[in-house]
Design a binder for this molecule. Structure first.
Ligand code: PMP
Length: 398
């Protein structure tokens, strides 16, 4: 007998579960295109040179506790990186705190929504989205709903559906929007569409919650990728943003991220900060030092920043290269169906349109691990495995 006999088995995380299955697979030929982590052209994890250089400089740095809200310079460079010139004197209306990466930023922000937005405020999440958005709302006790996003027929954006859902939502709802490189679909609104989204959000007093996990990964250009967040700020929204340095700095396990809250009334800023700090204190007391120090070191040094931008371009170009190679390989094999969406989509992922049965063939017969939704993390592809994957896809769909 045990007090814990009633503990049910929780469902396996849809992403991490697949990645673990890959690790346990003993087949000689196997491919991991599940988890959204960058791999180089030989399929190996990659430590950025700018990170390596920053780490050399940081060797022996004190291991003291950080302030509850993290390293002030890190918070400053983070806000600047995302919002750039759109800040334009709005610094006094913004507060940024260091968080446990992007997940932590979303979590702290959503808790703030529950505590300080009107009771019952619903958080709208794109359909589909990164599954953790739903987990976080559920665990934080915040009502959530989905808004139309992806159109399986066109494998692009269902813009009319998205706008209709925004109009139908109660005024003052929170909309979680992916800054760029939408996970899992790789489908982003155009700049024109972002402007219409901002118009509709404004007319409904909706609150943007911009999740920024891939700045620099979509186009390879940090400013271009930040378009939507800067648009919302310059259009005068009260808003949230959650930044992650997992992908663009390759700092996955270091847990470096930032939450920014923007208020119309600058008098609210110290009060907001006080509440956010109280939540952080009760949850994990203070954030980790190393990753945020790396980011602050790089972004405060023009030469390291330049090196970072070059490396980021290199990573995003390699992903564009494998997109084209995969498309070419499928076309060369006359694989039934249309596959252009692979190059039309953007960022780390392609939403292939493969159905769960076809995915099952890839996993079981070929040891190619991807999500049941058909999402492929392109970083796992390279010249050594693309033909193998294309052959397998041909088998699975024919
Ligand atoms: N949001 C989205 C959309 C993501 O894809 C991710 C990373 N998978 C995150 C947030 C947060 O990741 P992390 O906690 O590693 O920064």
């Amino acid at each position: 007998q045990s007090l814990f006999n009633n503990v049910p088995l929780a469902p396996v995380d849809p992403i991490l579960g697949v990645s673990n299955a890959y690790k346990q697979c003993t087949a000689a030929k196997k491919v991991d295109i599940s988890v959204g982590a960058y791999r180089d052209e030989n399929g190996k994890p990659y430590v950025l040179k700018c990170v390596f250089e920053a780490e050399k400089r940081l060797l022996g740095a004190p291991k003291e506790y950080l302030p509850i809200d993290g390293i002030p310079e890190f918070n400053k460079v983070s806000a600047k990186l995302l919002y750039g010139d759109a800040m334009n004197g709005k610094e006094k209306n913004m507060v940024t705190v260091q968080t446990l990466s992007g997940t932590g930023a979303v979590r702290i922000g959503i808790i703030f929504v529950r505590k300080y937005l009107p009771a019952g405020t619903t958080v709208y999440i794109s359909n589909p989205s990164w599954a953790n958005h739903h987990n976080i709302c559920k665990e934080s006790g915040v009502p959530s709903a989905q808004y139309t996003y992806y159109d399986p027929k066109t494998r692009g954006l269902n813009f009319e559906g998205m706008i209709a859902d925004m109009k139908a939502a109660p005024n003052g709802s929170v909309f979680v929007l992916h800054l760029c490189a939408h996970n899992p679909t790789g489908v982003d609104p155009t700049k024109e569409q972002w402007n219409v989204i901002a118009d509709v959000m404004k007319s409904k007093n909706h609150i943007p919650f911009v999740d920024c996990a891939y700045q620099g990964y979509a186009s390879g250009d940090l400013d271009n990728d930040a378009y939507s967040a800067r648009l919302f700020l310059s259009r005068g929204f009260e808003m949230f943003s959650a930044q992650s340095y997992s992908k663009n700095f390759g700092l996955y396990g270091e847990r470096a991220g930032a939450l920014t809250i923007v208020s119309h009334n600058e008098k609210n800023i110290p009060l907001i900060l006080s509440q956010v700090k109280m939540d952080i204190r009760a949850m994990y007391s203070s954030p980790p030092t190393h990753g945020a120090r790396i980011v602050a070191t790089v972004l405060q040094d023009p030469e390291l920043t330049k090196l970072w931008i070059d490396e980021l371009k290199g990573m995003s170009n390699r992903i564009k290269y494998v997109r084209q190679k995969l498309l070419d390989a499928l076309v060369a094999r006359n694989v039934p169906g249309t596959w252009n969406h692979i190059v039309d989509q953007i960022g780390m992922f392609t939403y292939t349109g493969l159905n769960p049965k076809q995915v099952e063939v890839l996993v079981q017969k070929y040891n190619i691990y991807l999500l049941a939704s058909g999402r492929v993390s392109l970083a796992g592809l390279n010249d050594h495995n693309i033909d193998y994957v294309a052959d397998a896809i041909k088998d699975a769909v024919t």
